[in-house]
Design a binder for this molecule. Structure first.
Ligand code: GDP
Length: 454
């Protein structure tokens, strides 16, 4: 059980979205069974875990008169520790009317429940040792998942993919630390020290490589979770907004004949063949004195830096802007307004010729996008990948720790110093799983993004 765990109130919340045929209210905490029992027509006070009970939920007695029936429901009882939160839990399945759901919620609160905060059930599950922090975070990702790849990575994480990997790394680090301590114990025997250190270095290198691989998987993981960033870059009026609209199939960006109308970045996502793309429409690149437009251009160049795929756009008048492909980046050269191109038109970069306005060649562009996505992103990998910025930061810090330790080994520095860096490395990896001391601030940040009822 987590150190922060303490006896807490019994919470209740509606767990289902509005408008369904069935609505579910979750109650969790020490008094869950007795509270529900006080408003239920059957006696469930001694009910065993994993049992279901059919009966009526009744309003409290008023002026000595029997309260009215709110609904006929099915009640599921789970007993500690065999529940999602690890506490006694009761789930009430009723008819999906929001009036019924709100009335039952009100009765539960009158009977002693408090309303759950966002993510509080999952937070309790974490506190009670039912899952680690990375698994708890995956619950939110799973609920938000919208395609196969997002579902797969969230599921992998929820089922302990990252946890297992990190436990393996921790075991290796502990092994390394114990070897280090052995070296300290035998430090009188100078000849022993050097024999051991080459083995230690190999072990450390191995750990460093694994941490680095995991951290590097964030680029892929982030693309799966938030979309592969695609920047459309070109001079004003080449048709960037028109192209974005055509790709997104709606009128998201402003299209106009006046140069420099797209001053803000507009972002939107679309799934093509299972790949999620996040398009960034950017202000036209040209020399300008307009400061607001200038800011837009700077931002678009920044966006280009972060983009994995850049669609460089030219038309019959404006050539391609001069942008160099960075490592892990793909530039797709596209000439727009094919309807206006002269028959003797030169085709620099063997660009794809399209008409964003008339929808010509867009299928070919989608094919190019998919090919670029497939070469930089692996949506089908079974390897553990991370999708969370918090995990990425912790891994980067842990990598710096182990690299310091390696450096110290290389320089023949004292074992104490090396052990200290190894310990820090273990702690930073443990942070991902929630460690033993996770601050309330960290927990607050994680669970505030959950929905109420989860
Ligand atoms: P941006 O400044 O690069 O975002 O350009 P816009 O998307 O605002 O387009 C500028 C103008 O070019 C608009 O009048 C569009 O209708 C026009 N345009 C865009 N695509 C095409 C095309 O394929 N053919 C023709 N003839 N005009 C286009």
């Amino acid at each position: 059980m987590h150190e922060n765990s303490s006896k807490s109130s019994t919470i209740c919340a509606i767990a289902t979205a509005q408008g369904g045929a069935i609505g579910i209210i979750r109650v969790s905490g020490t008094d869950a069974v007795s509270i529900v029992n006080s408003i239920f027509s059957k006696d469930i006070s001694q009910a065993k875990g994993y049992t279901m009970h059919y009966g009526d939920i009744k309003a409290q007695k008023e002026n000595g008169e029997e309260g009215k029936i709110i609904d006929s429901v099915i009640v599921l009882v789970c007993r500690t520790p065999h529940s999602y939160t690890g506490e006694d839990t009761v789930e009430i399945s009723c008819h999906g009317s929001s009036y019924i759901l709100q009335s039952i919620l009100a009765e539960l609160m009158t009977a002693g429940c408090v309303l759950a905060k966002p993510g509080e059930y999952t937070q309790r599950a974490f506190m009670n040792g039912k899952m680690d922090l990375s698994q708890a975070e995956a619950v939110a990702d799973l609920i938000a998942s919208q395609n196969e790849a997002q579902h797969r990575v969230a599921m992998q994480q929820m089922r302990g993919g990252i946890s297992t990997k990190l436990h393996e790394l921790r075991d290796k680090l502990l092994h390394l630390t114990s070897l280090m301590e052995l070296e300290l114990d035998f430090s009188d025997h100078e000849d022993l020290e050097f024999a051991d250190r080459s083995e230690l270095r190999t072990l450390a290198e191995n750990i460093n490589n694994e941490i680095k691989r995991l951290a590097a998987s964030f680029s892929n993981g982030n693309a799966i979770k938030n979309g592969i960033p695609v920047a459309i870059i070109g001079a004003p009026n080449v048709g960037k907004s028109t192209l974005l609209n055509a790709l997104l199939h709606d009128d998201r960006a402003i299209v106009s004949d006046i140069q420099g109308t797209t001053r803000d970045l507009i972002e939107d996502t679309i799934t093509i063949n299972g790949y999620l793309f996040r398009f960034i429409d950017t202000a036209g690149i040209r020399n300008t004195n307009d400061t607001i437009e200038q800011m837009g251009i700077e931002r678009s160049l920044k966006a280009a830096e972060k983009a994995q795929i850049i669609i460089l756009l030219a038309d019959e008048k404006s050539p391609f802007p001069d942008i160099q492909e960075k490592e892990h980046q793909h530039i797709i050269y596209v000439t727009n307004k094919s309807d206006k191109l002269k028959s003797d038109h030169q085709n620099p970069h063997s660009a794809l010729e399209i008409s964003a306005l008339h929808g010509i060649g867009l299928d070919k562009l989608e094919e190019r996008l998919l090919a670029a996505a497939a070469s930089t992103n692996d949506t089908g990998t079974d390897e553990v990948i991370i999708t969370n910025q918090r995990h990425k930061q912790a891994l980067d810090t842990a990598a710096a720790d182990i690299q310091r330790a390696m450096q110290s080994m290389h320089m023949g520095l004292s074992g104490d110093l090396i052990s200290e860096d190894l310990r820090l490395c273990i702690n930073h990896l443990s942070d991902i799983l929630g460690g033993t001391i996770t601050t309330n601030e960290v927990l607050g940040n994680i669970f505030k993004n959950f929905c109420v009822g989860k």
